[in-house]
Design a protein around this ligand. Structure first.
Ligand code: GUN
Length: 282
């Protein structure tokens, strides 16, 4: 079994990006900039945002962080987003999700124009992906595709099964795999015979949100198994949606948690910001 080292691949990508931002800065006499908006005090979000800002620094992207209290009103949040939309130094805007319940997430995200939507969450970017046209793609599924590419895991004509249909991972993941010529099945909580569906997968992407849900009996011999989950097990230890210990005996390729898909999400975000800069400045 080949262990897919997302931590290493992400570090390679950041090193490539550091070179890219330097040459962009020389060419356009301007720094690539990302605005990060965090509203409220969700502890997981605080960690994610801290890591995103740290990664920006590492590759030479200027970050503008905006931390707003949980009581922020819809109007205050909208005013901030609109100011970032107008700001020429900001090439990408990221609103960390989830937002406090009283805020209208859809309305806030809709204020971000396609060109600055580095998360790929906008209807326009999702439409572009659905039509296999140029646009920005959500960072986590994009990170999965990059791992498949860098480990030379062929998708053309292969059976891919995506377990999970979220807007952030499952749906864009399925579209990316279709665009990469895979034969794609999307499974979810209402799927009948989930085990049989999973057993057909040459490439199995688990994005369910349930600790160690995918077990060896659900995996075809020699499959590539990509674990997008981020859960805590009964001992409070970080684990994925895949039961790593049992599946490692079946899969040909497997991503660990942590150190698999997770680090790729931030690396792809940084790529998306550089792409947004180039589209805006060229
Ligand atoms: N919350 C969990 N994942 C993500 C992500 O990829 N982007 C944003 N903005 N929020 C998230």
């Amino acid at each position: 079994m080949t262990l897919i080292d997302g931590k290493k691949v992400a570090a390679d990508i950041r090193a490539e990006l550091a070179v890219r931002t330097k040459s962009l800065e020389e060419k356009y006499r301007k720094k690539v900039g990302l605005a990060v908006v965090l509203i409220g005090d969700n502890p997981a979000s605080q960690v994610y945002v801290r890591n995103k800002i740290k990664a920006c620094e590492e590759v030479g992207i200027r970050s503008f962080s905006h931390y707003l209290p949980a009581e922020t009103t819809q109007k205050q949040a909208e005013e901030l987003i609109l100011s970032l939309v107008a700001d020429k130094n900001v090439h990408g805007i990221l609103i960390q999700l989830p937002l406090p319940k009283h805020l209208d997430e859809k309305r806030l995200l809709a204020l971000i124009p396609k060109a600055k939507d580095v998360d790929g969450f906008s209807a326009e970017n999702i439409g572009s992906l659905a039509m296999n046209e140029e646009g920005t793609v959500a960072c986590t599924p994009l990170g999965v595709m990059e791992l498949l590419k860098r480990y030379h895991i062929d998708t053309k004509g292969k059976r891919a099964v995506v377990v999970g249909r979220s807007n952030i991972v499952g749906r864009p993941m399925a579209l990316l795999l279709i665009n990469a010529d895979a034969t794609v099945t999307v499974c979810h909580s209402k799927t009948e015979n989930l085990k049989e569906e999973c057993l057909r997968a040459d490439i199995l992407v688990a994005a369910i949100g349930k600790a160690k849900y995918i077990t060896a009996d659900m995996v075809k011999d020699g499959a590539a198994v990509i674990d997008v989950g981020m859960n805590r097990d009964e001992d409070g230890k970080l684990c994925g949606d895949v039961d790593f210990e049992s599946v490692k005996g079946k899969a040909a390729y497997l991503t660990p948690v942590p150190g698999g898909v997770g680090p790729m999400t931030i690396a792809m975000l940084l790529c998306n910001v550089c792409d947004a800069f180039e589209r805006a400045e060229r």
